[in-house]
Structures are given as C-alpha cells and as structure tokens.
Design a protein around this ligand. Structure first.
Ligand code: NAD
Length: 462
C-alpha cells in the first residue's frame, strides 16, 4: 500500500477543506470519514439541514403575516411535515454529493470507516493500517448535555434529533438560549409549537453585544417564544409521550417544573476526541478536552495536526474551513494563516444576527477608547418595503484612529451584510473609508454606510 503525504481524519468543513487544499498543493491525500456521507455535522445534521427548516418555516411566516399586506391573496398555508423533511433531506444530499464530486475532481481518496491513530504516521481503519507523512485530526464536536438530563433523541433531543422529529410537537422546552436553542426554537415556533426557553443567565446568546442581545430577545418574544431567564436546569424526566424539566430560579432558589412534548438540550457542544487513540500517544488535551496545538496547528506530536471544533476557539464551520486551508499550506511548506480577530458569527433566525470583532463591552474592558455609530433599519427604505425594519447596524471604531474594531448587525440579511465589515477590518479600514464608499440604493447595505457615517459627522437618514 503506498504512503500518503497526508491523511485527514474527518470529512466535515475542516477536514474536507483541508483535504482539497492539500490535493491542490500537490500532496497525495486521503480523507477518512466514519459517516456514510461526507460533510460532517454541518452538512448532515447541523448548518445545512437547520437552514433548510429555517428557510421553509420563514416562508410560512411570510405567507401568514405579510402576504396579505402586499396584496397577495393565497389559500391559508398549511404544513406538510413529511414533505418539509424530504426537502431538508434533498438539500443535505445535494450538498454531501457536492463534496464527493470535489474529492473525485481533486483525486482525494475517500477512506470509509472510523479512524484511530495507532502510532506516528499510522492510521488504523477497520483493522487496516494506512501510512502518511502527516495526519490532520478534524474530528469535530458532539452535543454535550448537563448532569441528570439524558438525551434519548425521541423526547429529550439534541440538535440532531430536533431536526428529524416524527411530527411537529405542540409544546417544546429548550434548555439554553444559545445559537442552537434560538435557531431551532424559531423553526418550531413558526410551525406552531409553543416554545419555552430556559436559560441559566439573565441574557440570551452569551458573548454577544449587550444591545444586540436585548433587541434580539425583544423581537423573539414578539414571535411568541417564551423565556424563563436565570433558570438553572437540574434534571429532566420523561414518560411515554412527554418530558418534564426541573429547574431552579437563581433569584430565589425556588424549584419549578415544566412539561412539554419535546425537550431540546442546547447547552453547548464538546470536542470529539474519543476513539482516536490519543491516550496512548503523547497528544495532549487541555482541561476542556480540546487538542492542544501550536500556532501552526501542530499537536504535541510532530506531523500530527488538529483543526476545527476539536481544538480551542469558536465552534464554527467557517473557522474550521479557514484552519483547514491554513494547515494544508503549513504542511506544504507555505505560510498558512488565520486571522482570529476577524471571524464572523451569525445566527440564522429572522431577523438574522451577525457580529465580528469586539463588542462594545469588550472594547471598554480592554480600555480601548472607542466611538460607536449606530443606524436603525427603520431608516432604510428597502428594509421598510420588505417588512424587515426591526434591528440595527452598530459599528465600533477606535476613537483616535477611526479604525473599525467590531460590528454587530441585527436585521435583514445580517449574515451576508457582515462580510463588508469583515473585509474592511481585514484591510484595516476606518469607519470613514466605509462612509466614503458609494453604496447602491435601495439596499440593506446602505445601513452599514449610515452606521459608518454615524461614527463621524452623522448618518443622513437618522
Ligand atoms: P451555546 O454555548 O451557544 O449556548 C448554550 C446556552 O445554554 C448558554 O446560554 C448557557 O448559559 C445555557 N445553559 C448551559 N447549562 C444550562 C443549564 N443547566 N440550565 C439552563 N441553561 C443552561 O451552545 P449551543 O447553542 O448548544 O451551540 C453549540 C455550539 O455550536 C456553539 O459553539 C455554536 O457556536 C455552534 N453553532 C453555531 C451555529 C451558527 O453559527 N449559526 C449554529 C449552531 C451551532
């Protein structure tokens, strides 16, 4: 059996991108994947299927709430859940097949099975040993739960089970008001489920700009999602067809219980390192279970690298992809690089929420002297025409240099708009650079220019 230059373990966004880039750089590459299809969590049970359900349920919301206002008279829309699930599956298939095609095109060998590392340069799959000069671990992450809450993927579900429920539940309790809880909670709320979210903290989406958190929660409440804040979940129990969550309120330690058809556990994800054989090697993990790497993504063993959710940093597909490209370049003797200061994060609710760089609070904690320019979508003609005028763009710039330090958007197409700010930050742009850039009218992007103007002499439509 011939030796590979690189074997990548894991075919998710980190692993498949690393494989493609390695092959493009002339390295003989194989990628091992234990699932039947390539694409990892993101394509199979994460980003892509959830976006299909978010898109479908958003269309329903538009039909129910905005069609008539625009003079569109349709029959009352209803949901065919089996068909919607089918649409979701077809979307997954189209995407995973796309990666298969890219592997063939780039002559990457797709090794099927669960891999472990049996020694330096040795990867074992189903009793067979494969050899490589370099190994990249891109094994991703898996849902984590909390003590006394046991996921059965039927009544007490993780995000994976929540994407494939046999029917739309009448009631759902979500544990955790993070990204997964809010995205999937939104899907079911739009489909008619009574959704209640229990959150330990007194605010949603930890780490996000406080002003955005408040606006976001207000908007979600208007969409009939209920929140119980400062609620520490203690346990969950289930009967044949219902589940109960027991929780205590932090403010007075009082004990409560809530019953629902389904309980979604959305309390975070943990790095997936089991079964890789790391214990027998000298590959070290940190105290949170992430594989420790140096600035070139090399683990504590030479020529074994790790990228994506299995190492420190935000658990985001695009962060893993960037690391995938960079590690391939490192292995090929080039200088791969990831700018961790400019990694956008997006929540795909309606409206979308997106951010990059420092929040106002982080800037102040770091004693940065800043100025803040904010523009409400209410002043944006396109947003008003599209019933999407809730929310704002907020730009944080250095007070002295005017350099953009961070940006936060809640509003229509925020997940796409944020990239103008990412590019600006990559180029070290000032808020004035954006303010002086002509933006087409009428577009949502004008709100970015207005926020940039608000960092200086003032927005026009405010
Ligand atoms: P999260 O860390 O974003 O949020 C978990 C929430 O659960 C927190 O708000 C936390 O305070 C709360 N919580 C924890 N224990 C609790 C308890 N006992 N009682 C009540 N509340 C409790 O986790 P997530 O939403 O599960 O997402 C996991 C990862 O997946 C994240 O890293 C996220 O970035 C990633 N992800 C990203 C996207 C996206 O980019 N759109 C989508 C899905 C997932």
């Amino acid at each position: 059996m011939s030796k590979y230059d690189v074997i990548v373990i894991g075919g998710g966004p980190g692993g498949y991108v690393a494989s493609i880039r390695c092959a493009q750089l002339g390295l003989k590459t194989a990628c091992v994947e234990g699932r039947d299809t390539l694409g990892g969590t993101c394509l199979n049970v994460g980003c892509i299927p959830s976006k299909a359900l978010l898109h479908a349920s958003h269309q329903l919301h538009e039909a129910e709430h905005n069609f008539e206002k625009m003079g569109l008279i349709a029959k009352t829309p209803s949901v065919d859940w089996a068909k919607m699930q089918n649409y979701k599956s077809e979307t997954i298939e189209a995407n995973t097949k796309g990666i298969e095609f890219l592997f063939k095109k780039n002559k990457i060998e797709h090794l099927k099975g669960w891999a472990s590392i049996s020694g330096e340069g040795k990867v074992q799959i189903n009793e067979k040993t494969f050899e490589a000069n370099n190994i990249v671990i891109a094994s991703g992450s898996e849902p984590s739960t909390i003590p006394n809450v046991k996921i059965d993927e039927k009544i007490i579900v993780s995000s994976t089970g929540a994407l494939s429920l046999p029917k739309i539940p009448k009631t759902m309790t979500v544990i955790g008001a993070g990204v997964i809880g809010l995205e999937l909670g939104s899907v079911y709320a739009r489909l008619g489920t009574k959704v209640t979210i229990l959150e330990y903290l007194n605010h949603i989406t930890p780490g996000m700009d406080t002003e955005v958190q408040k606006t976001f929660q207000r908007i979600l409440k208007k969409q009939d999602i209920s929140f119980i804040m400062g609620a520490a979940v203690q346990s969950a129990t289930k009967s044949k067809s219902k589940g109960k969550v027991q929780y205590k309120l932090n403010k007075d330690d009082s004990a409560h219980e809530i019953e629902s058809d389904v309980i979604l556990v959305a309390t975070g994800r943990k790095p997936n390192t089991h079964g890789l054989g790391l214990e027998a090697l000298d590959i070290k993990l940190n105290d949170r279970g992430h594989i420790i790497t140096n600035a070139s993504w090399e683990t504590t063993l030479p020529n074994i690298y790790a990228i994506g959710d299995v190492i420190e940093g935000p658990m985001l597909a695009h962060k893993a992809e960037d690391e995938g490209m960079a590690v391939a370049e490192q292995i090929a003797g080039k200088s791969g690089h990831v700018n961790y200061q400019v990694i956008p994060s997006v929540i795909y609710t309606a409206p979308e929420v997106a951010s990059v760089g420092l929040t106002e609070e982080q800037a102040k904690e770091n004693n940065r002297s800043i100025k803040v320019g904010k523009f409400m979508f209410m002043g944006n003609g396109r947003a008003k025409a599209n019933f999407a005028a809730d929310g704002f763009v907020k730009i944080i710039a250095d007070k002295d240099t005017d350099r953009i330090l961070g940006a936060h958007i809640i509003g229509p197409a925020a997940g796409d708009l944020i990239h103008e700010l990412c590019v600006a930050m990559e180029f070290g742009a000032s808020a004035e650079d954006l303010a002086l850039t002509c933006h087409a009218h009428p577009t949502y992007s004008e709100a970015i220019r207005e926020a940039a103007l608000a960092c200086g002499t003032g927005a026009i439509h405010a």
